[in-house]
Design a binder for this molecule. Sequence first.
Ligand code: BGC
Length: 256
Amino acid sequence: MQVLGIDIGGSGIKGAVVDVTTGELISERLRIPTPQPATPEAVAATVAEICDQLHWHGLVGCGFPAAIQHGIARTAANVDDSWLGANVQKIFCDATHLPCYVGNDADVAGLAEMQFGAGKELDGLVFMVTIGTGLGTALFNNGELVANTELGHLFDSKGREWEHRASDAARKRDELDWKYWGKRFNKYLVTLEQLFWPDAFILGGGASKKFDKFADAIDVAATVTPAESLNQAGIIGAAILASQSHQSLDMTLLPG
Ligand code: BGC
């Protein structure tokens, strides 16, 4: 089955057609800069533009950097405030005239890693943590996604939001070297560990490409591995989400 996967980020909107049985990209990978301001109308027009440029007329999956409950954005930490309460799924369906499914960006990246990447052999409780502009989390219990965990917004002991301290944006803002930032990020993993006792962490997002630069600072009981599909996890996972959601929808339409 082929699905167009779209990864919506703060600086770029990326898309490619994905074979969801193999996890491979089967079209070129397009990237269009995220319009500024990134209002629902402007972002929806870019999503439609990606469908047009790829001559796509099938199922579309999108990863979006907010908690997405039944298609609706419930948070807007790193996106324009006008998204709060917006039905992202409906907005994209209307703009593209195609069936679209939307999920949280970290959740969909986790789906890709669990199926085709670093998580494919992992059972038990697995956390995917995406380290980028924001700090995204996705929780899997024996391969099953527990959606919208939003644990980048946990507070540290001094009442500071972890996303503002341990994201890649925070590393750049505070001009931290990898070792120093790594120690800080490790404290975040320890916080998650003491609350959830996961078996494994998979690290995704921009900073995970530099894992070798901070691996020595990581000291938790769970195994810690960088994501395998790196740049593509958001696209592949968005496609997986759409194929899964569409199939379960079809099941409910079956007679009897
Ligand atoms: C958002 C999450 C998102 C994460 C990574 C956070 O600010 O609240 O929904 O997954 O950033 O983009």
